[in-house]
Ligand binder design. Structure first.
Ligand SMILES: Cc1cc2nc3c(=O)[nH]c(=O)nc-3n(C[C@H](O)[C@H](O)[C@H](O)COP(=O)(O)OP(=O)(O)OC[C@H]3O[C@@H](n4cnc5c(N)ncnc54)[C@H](O)[C@@H]3O)c2cc1C
Length: 607
């Protein structure tokens, strides 16, 4: 406990004792202070000591013998949502077992993989620094000590280079690009008015998003009350799509394209995504700061798993859950889980971080679902798209290859500088000969300085192209586990050619230095992240996610089935930080007000 807090509290109690004349009042003050101190510091909580290195904990294979004698909570999946809720529940004294289907590693979309000596991210290319305080909450350690998040970018603060056609716009940390935006698009009164209005609306959108997150901490009836009073903001900012709002502000197609440009981050096209989400990525990342964790994205899980194990729980991989068990005699209450291997683990509470569709469609038995009137599909909200991802290994140092740790957005435009029509053409005919795909390019090895210092000659890049699973369905039908058919390989080759053309256009100095190109598709996302229909970020961020009361109710962390709780990107929104936040929200909703308060106070005063 920091000395200042101890001295401050001691001084406050001492002063109260000194000035209180009645000995009974003194007794009450001293007693309350002692009880409060004990409650907060929890000196009697048992901690299991860990005798394995942190990294080894990420690869703990399932074995029945590893299951603790008494399990309080089973958590399905080990993404940031699952691990964050498991960590908080462990800190509150629950014995938690996390079951992850991946055969080699836990961490969900934050795991990393190595191919021919090059390291790649599965689902974190940058995030915002809110992750730090969330780790303080889940791990009870100073944010900077748990996972240092480092600001990305070049010397002038550029961390996203948006290239619309051949015109580049640099997005800078702390929104230092705003003067340039006014200079290029706001020199006339109309342009200036459009930018002013956009900034005002996007500020309102981000405030509304914060209310959306905070509301999830409350019981459903309170949430409904909030939305009853704040319905106006939702109607104005969340109901229209990003495209609708942005087009209504300006006729300048280049400005409209720029303000809509970072759509790949939302997992949905801007003509489908709610304005809330489109504004949150374009404004939020630059405002809060684009960061990447030192030690790589896998470091996130390696900090959370020990917290769960110290609480007597386990995080076990290669443990796909096939069913959530419910007891009809106890009103359909959850009573455990069954693994694909047939092993059953009994417990009173299950948290699913496997996504709404997978949980309700595959894991909850049909009679239970029907008993509680739970739909398999969320009305009006489909699964998000997946990605084709080119994992590229290049020999050479960043300087000679002309790459930096700044993301590059390659967005084709039409003759008027409009991004929308080429984007729609891409979705109509993605492999058409004459079109370039819209692409997001990231140089992962340079984002983690600890990695690039050790392996300066091994530069790894990824090209992300948005793609729904249905584009690969023909090939999926002939796939057989690891051995996919010839047709699939041919399609992958075409995608490789498309993606590499864009890559070489943006980084011509890498020609002749590429040593590896591996192509993954939405089928790979389905296989390795077990996400329904290969979607990259769970449910689509369409207006219904925010505005439809039925959808908000269905996606609440507390499900209608007693003992079943939901966490992860479908309960709040996509993104690593928001998945972490969803884990905190789920654990708080499960444990109630006082235990949640204790976690918050401990994180504020005991680190
Ligand atoms: C290619 C890609 C790029 C991305 N880029 C970024 C980015 O740059 N920045 C950012 O903030 N976000 C990014 N995201 C999104 C972000 O990674 C996710 O929103 C977030 O990590 C989701 O966390 P989660 O806990 O909800 O689920 P996940 O991390 O998806 O974890 C779910 C876990 O559940 C497991 N599971 C599923 N079913 C079962 C079962 N039956 N039994 C056992 N286990 C099961 C899965 O194997 C998986 O490990 C990206 C995502 C992808 C796919």
């Amino acid at each position: 406990m920091p000395l200042g807090v101890v001295l401050g509290s001691a001084a406050a109690v001492g002063a109260s004792l000194y000035y209180a004349e009645d000995w009974r009042v003194r007794g009450i003050i001293a007693g309350s202070a002692a009880i409060f101190g004990l409650w907060l510091a929890d000196p009697f909580r048992k901690k299991v000591s860990l005798n394995r290195p942190k990294r080894a904990l990420l690869h703990d294979k399932f074995d029945v013998k590893k299951i603790p004698k008494k399990v309080d909570v089973v958590v399905i999946g080990s993404g940031m949502g699952s691990l964050s809720s498991a960590a908080i529940l462990s800190r509150l004294g629950y014995v938690v077992v996390v079951l992850e289907a991946h055969p080699d590693v836990c961490g969900g979309a934050t795991h990393q993989f190595d191919l021919k000596g090059y390291r790649f991210d599965s689902g974190l290319h940058y995030t915002v620094p809110w992750s730090g305080p969330l780790f303080q909450l889940t791990c009870l350690k100073k944010a900077s000590e748990v996972v240092p998040f480092e600001l990305m970018g070049e010397e002038d603060g550029t961390f996203d280079r948006i290239i619309l056609g051949e015109e580049e716009f640099k997005i800078k940390q702390g929104e230092k690009h705003l003067p340039e935006m006014y200079k290029r698009f706001g020199s006339g009164p109309e342009g200036k008015r459009a930018i002013d209005k956009y900034l005002k609306l996007s500020n309102d959108a981000m405030a509304t998003l914060k209310v959306f997150f905070l509301a999830r901490l409350l019981p459903k009836w309170m949430q409904n009350l909030i939305w009853y009073f704040c319905n106006g903001s939702l109607e104005r900012l969340a109901k229209p799509t990003g495209e609708e709002v942005i087009r209504s502000l300006s006729k300048d197609r280049k400005l409209v394209s720029l303000l809509s440009s970072m759509w790949i981050d939302t997992g949905a096209r801007p003509d489908r995504a709610s304005f809330l989400m489109v504004a949150a990525v374009f404004r939020g990342l630059a405002m809060e700061g684009g960061v990447y964790p030192r030690g790589g994205s896998q470091r996130l899980a390696s900090e959370l798993v020990p917290v769960i194990e110290e609480g007597g729980g386990r995080v076990l991989i290669d443990a796909p859950v096939s069913e959530i068990l419910t007891d009809e005699r106890r009103g359909g209450r959850v009573c455990g889980v069954r693994l694909q291997s047939g092993v059953e683990i009994l417990c009173d509470r299950v948290v699913s971080g496997a996504g709404y569709r997978a949980t309700m469609g595959r894991l909850v038995p049909r009679p239970t679902r029907e008993r509680f009137g739970i739909p398999v599909e969320v009305p009006g909200v489909a699964q998000s798209c997946g990605f084709v991802m080119l994992n590229i290994g290049i020999e050479g140092r960043a300087e000679e290859l002309g790459v930096s740790n700044c993301n590059v957005w390659h967005l084709p435009v039409d003759k008027d500088g409009d991004m929308y029509s080429p984007m729609l053409s891409y979705f109509d005919a993605p492999l058409a000969d004459d079109t370039d795909p819209p692409a997001f390019i990231t140089v992962g090895s340079l984002k983690d300085q600890s990695y690039s210092e050790k392996h300066p000659e091994k530069t790894s890049c990824q090209v992300l192209l948005m793609a729904p699973l249905k584009w690969f369905e023909v090939s999926a039908s002939e796939s057989d586990g690891d051995k996919r058919g010839e047709e699939y390989m041919k399609i992958k080759k075409k995608w490789e050619e498309k993606g590499m053309k864009v890559f070489y256009k943006r980084f011509p100095k890498t020609q002749g230095r590429v040593r590896l190109v591996d192509v993954s598709t939405p089928l790979s996302i389905e296989k390795w992240l077990h996400s329904h229909s290969g979607s990259a970020v769970g449910l689509d961020v369409t207006p219904e996610r925010f505005c439809d009361p039925q959808v908000r109710d269905i996606l609440d962390p507390v499900s209608k089935i007693p003992g079943l709780f939901m966490t992860g990107q479908d309960t709040l929104l996509c993104g690593v930080t928001l998945a972490q936040m969803s884990g905190v929200v789920t654990a708080f909703r499960m444990s109630g007000f006082l235990p949640s308060l204790k976690i918050v106070l401990q994180s504020l005063f005991l680190v």
